[in-house]
Design a protein around this ligand. Structure first.
Ligand code: ZN
Length: 205
């Protein structure tokens, strides 16, 4: 008897499956950066770049019930930290808005649409950082596969899983213009790639 046969479904994680995982994400020092915890399992469409490549590779081939430690190097996570993504803009660029350190917002850059974080405000000069907050970090995931199922056609064409109630749980996608980050909520799990769900034009009506 194989281990897989003790579970109701022995479908393996592969392209075109919808996978639900529980996870805890830690840094090199063992500090918890993020966890599915009370949010419940994170569902994603495997092979559709919904999550960072290193995590996706680590999950490939598992079945429901499997647990695994997945180590993700920066290159397969949120990229190396790049000084080129630091830039200064004048305070006046914010118009009527009042920038504050720590604020994040999407903006068009020469590397495409990115989320920028306000790092520093000195006099009339605002320093912006386009690195992901996890750039340059090695990521330690403890994951558990909760379920694996075949993706349905609308999910494959949208490039993300649908919950009961339709696309994004019926709540509409990427609410607000230029949200581009996450489909259903402003706060996106760290395991999820920036722009994962919303960026592909969900087409939910
Ligand atoms: Zn959709």
């Amino acid at each position: 008897m194989t281990v897989g046969s003790t579970f109701p479904s022995t479908m393996r994680v592969a392209k075109e499956t919808v996978v639900a995982i529980e996870y805890t994400l830690k840094d090199d020092q063992g500090n918890i950066i993020d966890a599915s915890g009370e949010r419940g399992p994170m569902e994603y469409l495997h092979g559709a770049r919904n999550i960072i490549p290193g995590l996706e590779q680590g999950i490939e081939g598992l079945v429901a019930g499997d647990t695994k430690n997945v180590l993700v190097a920066p290159r397969l996570g949120y990229g190396e930290y790049s000084e080129k993504l630091i830039q200064q803009v004048p305070l006046s660029a914010f118009g009527a808005n009042t920038p504050q350190v720590g604020m994040r917002f999407p903006a068009e850059t020469n590397l495409g649409m990115r989320f920028l974080t306000i790092k520093k405000i000195e006099g009339e000069e605002v320093t912006l950082d386009g690195n992901h907050e996890l750039a340059g970090k090695t990521l330690h995931f403890d994951i558990k596969v909760v379920s694996v199922r075949a993706a349905e056609l609308p999910e494959l064409s949208h490039g993300h899983p649908h919950q009961a109630g339709g696309c994004c749980g019926g709540g509409g996608c990427g609410s607000g213009e230029g949200s581009g980050d996450g489909c259903c909520s402003a706060e996106e799990p760290a395991a999820q790639k920036q722009g994962g769900c919303g960026s592909g034009d969900c087409g939910c009506s």
